[in-house]
Design a protein around this ligand. Structure first.
Ligand SMILES: [Zn+2]
Ligand SMILES: [Zn+2]
Ligand SMILES: [Zn+2]
Length: 158
């Protein structure tokens, strides 16, 4: 069993919550690959794997994983949220295309150093940070509007 699953199970036990098949299915789905899905994407993947689960249950259990500290939730635009599983000790930041939704991860030692310096100057002890740059990816920025795919759903995501 993974250390993450161990953590999740102790979190459920400590909170007096039952270990249900649905909870484990949502956990397995978000930890099955590294990505930035939205709740609906996770719901659809579970359906595609014939896991019997309702949309509301998926949403609730994602929030549970966020509370547990194993999953992070990002706001993308006004009404959309993305989720990703966390690798303890490994931080990265995101570039998010507001047109196609593509999410690119980057790590910048310079930004890290600057954050440490700012915290030191304020006598602040950091335990978390979020940096998200939104805008247009190279494809969306370079392509004329008429040539874009109609449904705008990460058509060129890797
Ligand atoms: Zn990962
Ligand atoms: Zn784009
Ligand atoms: Zn990420």
């Amino acid at each position: 069993m993974s250390a993450e699953k161990d953590l999740f199970l102790s979190f459920l036990r400590a909170g007096g919550k039952r270990v249900t098949a649905e909870r484990l299915a949502v956990f397995d789905e978000i930890f099955s690959r590294h990505g930035h899905p939205d709740a609906d994407g996770i719901y659809r993947s579970l359906l595609a794997r014939a896991v019997p689960i309702g949309r509301a249950t998926v949403y609730r259990n994602l929030e549970l994983l966020v509370d547990c500290g194993l999953v992070r939730k990002y706001r993308l635009g006004r009404r959309r949220f993305l989720y990703e599983h966390i690798h303890p000790g490994q931080q990265h930041d995101h570039l998010v295309c507001r047109d196609c939704g593509q999410v690119t991860e980057f790590v910048s030692p310079g930004i890290r150093a600057l954050q440490r310096e700012i915290c030191r100057a304020h006598g602040f002890v950091p335990d978390d940070h979020t940096l998200q740059i939104s805008g247009l990816c190279d494809v969306c920025a370079g392509r004329p509007p008429a040539a874009r795919p109609a449904d705008g759903e990460a058509a060129h995501a890797s």
